[in-house]
Ligand binder design. Structure first.
Ligand code: SF4
Length: 269
């Protein structure tokens, strides 16, 4: 009996016809490895250019926790910024002192900066505030993210100042931004809703920029996998107390049924 091959149903890249690795749900567009990477990096560069987030001559501190978002941020900025002009990058890592969690992500951060040959500065809570987050929280775990958020913001600012940077880039992605909008609504925090944006330059803090604000969590995961940079890292033990975790699950469910939910929420502010 002669077996004839059936029709090839492998999805193909809409741009070049190579096998696709990604389908964009809002547009139905298929992309191969190279065009997916080029698409993500191109959109980050477009965000940077259209919003003047980084300009030639800038010295940018990258908030590098060693987790997936900040890893992707460092990789993408290292690859796209040379096309913008001379820009200096310094990685800043904050060690909050969270036992069983931070050690692994700091190790990842060390490996990454060595690979890209960037200067790296670590600032710890004990150095700055006289104790670890774990010791500050004893018995007040449900408040972890509020306390951590305030102290880490301060610590990042100190790190960026020590590095002599003029801007601080964070790895906030599209999902994070949509979650923040929703959380501000849930808390009735309308002034903050209006204030939150792609860059924030409030008074005494070094201006913060979010070059990944239009890149989804899923795109970041695929980007890292395609670069062989995906790592399974432990989750912060305090994350279970965070309202953000519940909002994240709820929005993920909504977005799976209604593609574009995250972008619409983010643009609503
Ligand atoms: Fe800090 Fe909360 Fe993030 Fe843990 S989950 S690192 S406590 S903000």
């Amino acid at each position: 009996m002669v077996h004839t091959a059936g029709p090839d149903t492998t999805p193909r890249c809409d741009t070049c016809g190579e096998p696709a690795v990604y389908r964009e749900r809002t547009t139905g567009r298929h992309l191969c490895r190279d065009h997916f990477i080029a698409d993500v990096e191109g959109r980050v560069l477009e965000t940077i250019r259209s919003r003047n987030l980084i300009t030639p001559g800038d010295h940018v501190a990258i908030a590098l926790s060693g987790g997936k978002d900040s890893t992707a941020l460092l990789m993408i900025l290292s690859r796209v910024l040379p096309s913008l002009g001379p820009v200096r990058l310094t990685a800043i890592t904050i060690d909050e002192g969270i036992a069983g969690y931070r050690e692994d992500t700091i190790r990842s951060a060390d490996i990454l900066v060595a690979r890209f040959g960037l200067p790296h500065l670590t600032v710890s809570f004990p150095q700055l505030f006289g104790g670890t987050l774990d010791t500050f929280l004893a018995g007040r775990e449900p408040e972890a993210c509020s306390v951590c958020g305030i102290l880490r913001r301060k610590a990042l600012n100190v790190g960026a100042e020590r590095a002599g940077a003029m801007k601080l880039a964070t790895g906030h992605n599209l999902d994070d931004e949509a979650q923040s909008v929703f959380m501000n609504v849930l808390r009735g925090d309308l002034p903050r809703l209006v204030r939150d944006s792609g860059s924030d330059s409030q008074g005494r803090f070094i201006p913060r920029i979010k070059p990944l604000m239009f890149i989804s969590e899923k795109e970041i995961a695929v980007y890292l996998m395609l670069h062989g940079a995906w790592a399974d890292l432990p989750e912060c033990p305090y994350a279970v107390h965070a309202l953000r975790g519940e909002v994240r699950r709820m929005l993920a469910t909504l977005a799976s049924k209604h593609p574009g939910t995250m972008l619409h929420l983010m643009k609503s502010r």
